[in-house]
Write a protein that binds this ligand. Structure first.
Ligand code: BV8
Ligand code: ZN
Length: 260
């Protein structure tokens, strides 16, 4: 990775209000497939965006529920990676860090991040599709062999079908989380996008808001997003490598190797 831009290190050390905005790329090194990469196995022939819709669930609830339970099983079997840990550590150096994620896994929380703003919901929090009542996530979702169909549980209150606790395409984002994210993006001095293709709206528009508000912007991603012209510092690489290096360069004393 190229030498780190001194402007970035300076801002990391001095910024009061920092936003870290993450996407599926931050969980990739934990073995959790990103949203746009080719699906494997049972779901090979499905485009995630086609399964992640209310229409897909209405059409075939057992197939959609099985896909989400398999994804939840994979996340339960995964561990947070160095990117998640570095973001949790960053919060200890920065006066006010807001972590906004598009991810539906709980790897940020398991790495030690306190408040995580989940714009697209959480796999671990299924709810009733009829009355909205939260429903306990079933223990031991099947991982291998994956099931092509699983009947969703029934709501204890109204008997309605339980659905994954995520935001599907065509559904509005949770209002409170979205307002929180808007406020943080508008006030950010430093806005770091990490592991996102910046394709999904309105989440990706937070970057534009931050730029309009004068934030210093950084992109950490394995491949170009097409937004490089508008971003101050672009670090191309794996989040699990770049983020720890960034923290070690900004706060060397905190990362000094113990004397042999
Ligand atoms: C909304 C939960 C309006 C589900 C997700 C028609 C009707 C309505 C809306 C629309 C429409 N047409 C378009 C839209 C807008 C739509 C949208 O944005 N579509 C896109 C595809 C164009 N948005 C919506 O529908 C949103 N709702 O607009 O509602 C409304 C308002 C009021 C009333 C009614 C309606 C809802 C969007 C939320 C969808 N749900 N997730 C699930 O998970 O199954 S989105 C899904 O994409 C995931 O959350 C994922 O996180 C997210 C974003 O993708 P990324 O995170 O960026 O992941 P991706 O794979 O794309 O990229 C990963 C990146 O990481 C890559 O660049 C890769 O290079 C990089 N990478 C990989 N490894 C590493 C790495 N980087 C660093 N290190 C590594 N190791
Ligand atoms: Zn119900």
């Amino acid at each position: 990775m190229s030498a780190l831009d001194p402007r970035l290190l300076q801002r990391l050390r001095c910024a009061q209000r920092v936003v870290v905005f993450t996407g599926a790329g931050v969980s990739a090194e934990s073995g959790v497939p990103t949203f746009r990469e080719k699906q494997s196995g049972l779901w090979q022939r499905f485009d995630p965006a086609e399964l992640a819709t209310p229409a897909a669930f209405r059409r075939d609830p057992a197939r959609v529920w099985a896909w989400y339970e398999w994804r939840r099983a994979r996340i339960l079997a995964a561990q947070p990676n160095a990117a998640h840990r570095a973001i949790a550590e960053l919060a200890r150096h920065v006066p006010q860090l807001t972590l906004i994620t598009q991810n539906v896994d709980d790897l940020h929380e398991r790495a030690g991040s306190g408040e995580v703003v989940h714009l697209h919901g959480e796999l671990a929090r299924p709810r009733c599709a009829e009355c909205g009542r939260p429903h306990p996530a079933p223990a031991d979702p099947p991982l291998e062999p994956p099931q092509a169909h699983l009947d969703p549980p029934r709501c204890a209150s109204c008997g309605g079908q339980v659905r994954p606790g995520v935001v599907w395409f065509g559904e509005p984002l949770p209002q409170a989380h979205w307002q929180h994210a808007l406020e943080a993006a508008r006030c950010a001095e430093l806005f770091i996008c990490c592991g996102s293709s910046l394709l999904v709206q309105p989440a990706a528009s937070l970057l534009d808001l931050a730029i309009e508000a004068g934030a210093f912007t950084v992109q950490i991603n394995a491949e170009p997003t097409g937004r490089e012209e508008t971003i101050a510092v672009v670090l191309c690489g794996r989040a699990g490598e770049v983020l720890p290096q960034l923290l070690a360069a900004a706060w060397p004393a905190a990362h000094a190797k113990p004397a042999p």
